[in-house]
Design a protein around this ligand. Structure first.
Ligand SMILES: [Zn+2]
Ligand SMILES: [Zn+2]
Length: 204
C-alpha cells in the first residue's frame, strides 16, 4: 500500500490540462459556469484533477462570494459543485457573460509522489522530512482513504444512491493569501464513475 501525495510544483498556466489548484476551468463545450444554490452568484474555480487511465477530469468549484454564509463546506447544500468531465475534448469554460470571476491568487501545478504506508496523515510529514520541505507544500492526496478531521461524511451519489468513491483530499496549500478557503481544514472530492457525478466538501 502506498499513498499518492499531491505536491506543490510551482506555477503553471491557468488553462493547463493537468492536475492543478487554481487557474481556470476546462469543460465540455456548452457547459455553463456553475452558480451557488444559496446566493446565486458564480462559483470560484478551485481545482482540476486529471484522473489516471483517462477516467475523467474532475473540476471543483466553491462559493467565495459570502464566505461562511453559503454552506460551501457541504457536499449536498449547493454552495459548491464538482463535475466529472470526460478525459478529453475539454475547452476553456467561457466566463459568464464575459464578466470577471473570482480566481485563486495562484495556479499551483502538482507533482504526484508515492509514499509507502497506509495513512495520509503520516505520509505528508514523512515526505516533508525526506524532502526538506514544508508540509504546507502537500496539496493533498489522490485516491487512498480520506483522512477525516470530523466524522465520515462520504456522500451518496444522487444518481444511484450508493456511497460515492473517495477520489482526492485537498489542502489549502503553502500560503493563506492565495489559498482556497477550507476554514484551515481539508477538502474531500468524491466521484461516481458509472453515473459521471462528482461531489466536494470540506471539514475543519
Ligand atoms: Zn454563495
Ligand atoms: Zn452513482
Amino acid at each position: 500500500m502506498s499513498i499518492t501525495l499531491l505536491i506543490h510544483e510551482g506555477s503553471t498556466a491557468p488553462y493547463a490540462p493537468v492536475t492543478r489548484m487554481g487557474g481556470l476551468p476546462l469543460a465540455p463545450a456548452g457547459t455553463a459556469w456553475p452558480v451557488c444554490a444559496t446566493c446565486s452568484g458564480h462559483l470560484q474555480f478551485i481545482a482540476q484533477l486529471v484522473l489516471e487511465e483517462a477516467r475523467g477530469t474532475v473540476a471543483v468549484f466553491m462559493c467565495a462570494n459570502d464566505p461562511g454564509l453559503c454552506e460551501e463546506w457541504s457536499t449536498t447544500a449547493g454552495g459548491n459543485r464538482a463535475f466529472l468531465f470526460p478525459a478529453g475534448g475539454l475547452i476553456p469554460l467561457p466566463r459568464p457573460n464575459g464578466e470577471a470571476v473570482l480566481e485563486l491568487g495562484a495556479v499551483r501545478g502538482v507533482e504526484r509522489v508515492e509514499m509507502p504506508g497506509q495513512d495520509y496523515w503520516d505520509a505528508a510529514p514523512a515526505w516533508a522530512a525526506r524532502a526538506g520541505r514544508s508540509t504546507g507544500e502537500v496539496l493533498g492526496q489522490l485516491g487512498g482513504n480520506p483522512y477525516w478531521l470530523q466524522n465520515d461524511e462520504t456522500p451518496d451519489c444522487p444518481g444511484c444512491e450508493q456511497p460515492m468513491a473517495f477520489t482526492a483530499q485537498l489542502e489549502e496549500g503553502p500560503e493563506s493569501r492565495t489559498a482556497p478557503n477550507f476554514g484551515s481544514g481539508s477538502a474531500y472530492v468524491f466521484t461516481c464513475e458509472p453515473c459521471r457525478r462528482a461531489a466536494f466538501g470540506w471539514q475543519c
